[in-house]
Design a protein around this ligand. Sequence first.
Ligand code: HEM
Ligand SMILES: *[C@@H]1O[C@H](CO)[C@@H](O)[C@H](O)[C@H]1NC(C)=O
Ligand SMILES: *[C@@H]1O[C@H](CO)[C@@H](O)[C@H](O)[C@H]1NC(C)=O
Length: 331
Amino acid sequence: MAAAAVKKLQVLVACALLLLLAVGCRGSPLQIGFYHDRCPQAEAVVKGVMMEAISQNPGNGAAMIRMLFHDCFVEGCDASVLLDPTPFSPTPEKLSPPNNPSLRGFELIDAIKEALEVACPGTVSCADIIAFAARDASCILNAGKVHFEVPSGRRDGTFSNASEPLKFLAPPTSNLSDLVDSFVVKGLDAEDLVILSGAHTIGRSHCSSFVPDRLNAPSDINGGLAAFLRDQCPADAAPGGNDPTVMQDVVTPNDLDRQYYKNVLSHTVLFTSDAALLTSEETARMVVDNANIPGWWEDRFEKAMVKMAGIEVKTGDQGQIRKNCRVVYRN
Ligand code: HEM
Ligand SMILES: *[C@@H]1O[C@H](CO)[C@@H](O)[C@H](O)[C@H]1NC(C)=O
Ligand SMILES: *[C@@H]1O[C@H](CO)[C@@H](O)[C@H](O)[C@H]1NC(C)=O
């Protein structure tokens, strides 16, 4: 009787363990420290190049954080955004309006890849380089309050088409429901949207991204900021035309901090998509919490970045390791 009960319990425990294992395996195909055995210095090499690049220009950090977003939302985090045009694929993602001409940092990725090809040839994927670089940029620009591990083991994709970024990257003119929808399609939720939008506390924007709907049309933008922006931006700003850039956060332009949420509350943000976070009670409450509670945003930003960096990743023979991040590898 007692022996039978113990046996039953053992079976139950074994089943529970198996279930946990199965769920765990399905959770993420990536792992923290994927390169520890394959290329022990990989993450240190990326960090070294990023420290140097950001000390020269903090915009290099902003570039990598946006690069991760634009990579992961299109074909998953597979570095498809880095591929150059070829005769067989003349219009890759990087030529699409959401990326061209505003997405920057391609040369920085090249520099990291070159250093890694010297250290460990053919080992570290370009997709992992983007994830490491965005993570390091977050830590460096936040003066260390944001620090997290990012799982790795992504492989690089071989397909890139300019029509896809238009499908998956909502424009800055979007309302809240379109923004939330674009996140939900990728397995993220409204809170991830609010948290990740906080990245607009650093970096720059071209005037054309906000002049038509925020300055040339009635909007809720703060009068002082509007005057400042009209001073810097031509009224006919257009991509590829006369289109200067301005800093996104005029208060602390190079700090990855919660100032963004204070700016949202004071209507001193650039985009309709930033202002839209106040248009539902649920997201507005999140904005207030992020603005007011020290440490609140930093904790959530770390988790949301890892979540974004795990979107539709390719592993094993679903992808390859490129030699040059701009070119599909053929052996
Ligand atoms: C939610 C929807 C989003 C929209 C509509 C949006 C839109 C934009 C636009 C229009 C720009 C300026 C591009 C230019 O004209 O130069 C920009 C810049 C930027 N975005 Fe977003 N963004 C969104 C979400 C995100 C997310 C999720 C991240 C990362 C976590 C991010 C990080 C950045 C950064 C760092 C910059 C500055 C880039 C630089 O200085 O080169 N954005 N975004
Ligand atoms: C890429 O997208 C264009 C439309 O922008 C389409 O005409 C073309 O067939 C696509 N190419 C591939 C290989 O899917
Ligand atoms: C949001 O914008 C889309 C157009 O992009 C429109 O179809 C939709 O009705 C708008 N939703 C709200 C709630 O305003």
